[in-house]
Design a binder for this molecule. Structure first.
Ligand code: NI
Length: 395
C-alpha cells in the first residue's frame, strides 16, 4: 500500500520521466550549465515558485513559503545539476546530444527530483510552515559549485537551519535509500611537490644533485604517512597520482614535480597532514642534496552527517515508502562531495543515497559511459524529500 506522499509522487511520474530524459539529452559541464539553469528557472516559474536572483552565472535558488501557522523553520534541499566530460555509449533514445558530455553520475535525476519536490510542496503550502529553499547547485564534479552557491548567499536571508541532499547509488535497489550517520565522505585536498637539485649528464651523476632519484624516494616516503604518522584506524587515503620530469634519456633533470590527493574523514587529522608531509619529503630530498617547494591546496571538507537528521530522513522514508526501505550502508567512502561545503555552514544536515539499481539487474557504475539513472527511482526520491520537509516544517 502506498503512502499518501508516494501516491502523489507517483502521480507526477510522467512529468519526472520527461524532465529527466530532457536533461539527460542536454548535459552541460560544471559551471557552464547555462541551458540547464534556464530550464530549471522556466520550470519553477511555470509552477508559480519564486526564483531568487543570485550572484552566480549558473545555478538556481527557488523559495517556497509554507502557509501553515507555525515555527519559521528554514529547510534547504540541494540538487547538483552538472554533467561529466564522458562520451556516452548507452545507445539510449534520449542519449546525450552534446557530444563528449554526459550525465553519468545521475545529477539530472537529482535535478528532476528537486523539481518534483517543488511541484508537490507548492501544491501543499497549507501543510507546512516556514520556508523551503530549493538549491540547484552547479559544478559538483569540479568541486567549485557548492562554494559558489555559499558565496552567493543561498544559506542566508533567511538563514538555513537544516539542509539535505541525496545522490544516486547503484549499489542499492530502486525503492530504497541508504544512510550512514556521522562522517560519510572524505575531504579532498591537493598537494604539488617540486623537487629541485642540479641537472647534469647521465654519464656523470656524481656531479649532479639528482631530483628524480630524490623524488622517487619521496613518493615512497609519502606512502608511509598512513600507519606511521596517522593512526591506522583513522580513515585516510593519500595517493601520488602524477610525476613529471626530464627531457631526454641521458640528461638528469633540474626538477621533478609530483602531485597527489589527500582524503580524510576527520578535520583534525586532515589539518595535520601538510606538516607531516613537508617534514618527511623535506628530510628525504635533503638527504640527496635536493630542495623542494610544496603547494598544498585545501579543497573541500569531509561530509559529516548529523545523526539526528539521518534519523529524520530514515523516519520520512519509513513513512513515505513503508518499513524496511532504509538500508544502513555498510561503510563510509573515501570519495568526496562538495555538499560538505554546505554542511560546514549548516551542520544540521544529511546526505543520503537513493537506490538506482533495477531489481535483478547488474550493478552499474557512476562516471561510466553506460550509466543511466533509473526513472523508477524518481518518485521514490521525491516522496522521501517531500515527507522529510512536511515532517520537519510542521513541528
Ligand atoms: Ni555525483
Amino acid at each position: 500500500m502506498s503512502s499518501e506522499i508516494l501516491t502523489k509522487a507517483l502521480s507526477i511520474k510522467d512529468y519526472l520521466t520527461q524532465v529527466r530524459r530532457h536533461l539527460h539529452q542536454h548535459p552541460e559541464l560544471g559551471m557552464k550549465e547555462y541551458e540547464t539553469t534556464a530550464f530549471i528557472h522556466k520550470e519553477l516559474t511555470a509552477m508559480g515558485i519564486e526564483v531568487v536572483p543570485i550572484k552566480a552565472d549558473t545555478g538556481v535558488l527557488g523559495i517556497i513559503q509554507g502557509e501553515k501557522p507555525g515555527p519559521a523553520t528554514v529547510t534547504a534541499l540541494r540538487a547538483d545539476i552538472d554533467a561529466l566530460p564522458i562520451l556516452e555509449k548507452t545507445g539510449l533514445p534520449y542519449a546525450s546530444k552534446n557530444e563528449g558530455v554526459m550525465h553519468a553520475c545521475g545529477h539530472e535525476g537529482h535535478t528532476t527530483i528537486l523539481l518534483g519536490v517543488a511541484k508537490l510542496l507548492n501544491s501543499m503550502r497549507d501543510k507546512f510552515s516556514g520556508t523551503i529553499k530549493l538549491i540547484f547547485q552547479p559544478g559538483e564534479e569540479t568541486l567549485l559549485g557548492a562554494k559558489s552557491m555559499v558565496a552567493a548567499g543561498v544559506l542566508e536571508n533567511p538563514p538555513v537551519d537544516t539542509i539535505v541532499a541525496l545522490h544516486a547509488w547503484p549499489q542499492i535497489e530502486v525503492g530504497t535509500i541508504g544512510v550512514w550517520p556521522g562522517p560519510y565522505m572524505a575531504s579532498a585536498d591537493k598537494f604539488t611537490f617540486k623537487v629541485f637539485g642540479g641537472g647534469g649528464h647521465g654519464a656523470y651523476p656524481h656531479r649532479s644533485r639528482d631530483p628524480l632519484l630524490a623524488a622517487t624516494y619521496a613518493v615512497q616516503a609519502v606512502n608511509t604517512i598512513i600507519s606511521r604518522e596517522v593512526d591506522a584506524a583513522d580513515k585516510v587515503a593519500i595517493s601520488v597520482c602524477t610525476i613529471h620530469g626530464g627531457t631526454a634519456f641521458n640528461i638528469i633533470p633540474e626538477e621533478v614535480v609530483f602531485t597527489g590527493t589527500v582524503r580524510c574523514h576527520d578535520n583534525t587529522v586532515r589539518n595535520s597532514i601538510k606538516e607531516k608531509m613537508e617534514r618527511i619529503v623535506g628530510g628525504v630530498v635533503a638527504a640527496f642534496g635536493c630542495g623542494y617547494e610544496l603547494d598544498y591546496e585545501y579543497g573541500i571538507p569531509p561530509v559529516v552527517n548529523h545523526p539526528e537528521v539521518i534519523k529524520l530522513v530514515s523516519q520520512a522514508a519509513d513513512q513515505a515508502l513503508g518499513e524496511n526501505h532504509v538500508i544502513q550502508l555498510d561503510r563510509p567512502v573515501m570519495g568526496s562531495e562538495d555538499f560538505s561545503c554546505f554542511l560546514e555552514k549548516v551542520p544540521y544536515g544529511a546526505f543520503f543515497r537513493l537506490g538506482v539499481k533495477a531489481k535483478g539487474a547488474e550493478e552499474m557504475r557512476v562516471h561510466n559511459d553506460h550509466f543511466d539513472f533509473d526513472d523508477d527511482a524518481l518518485p521514490v526520491g521525491v516522496a522521501v524529500l517531500t515527507q522529510f520537509v512536511l515532517n520537519k516544517n510542521q513541528s
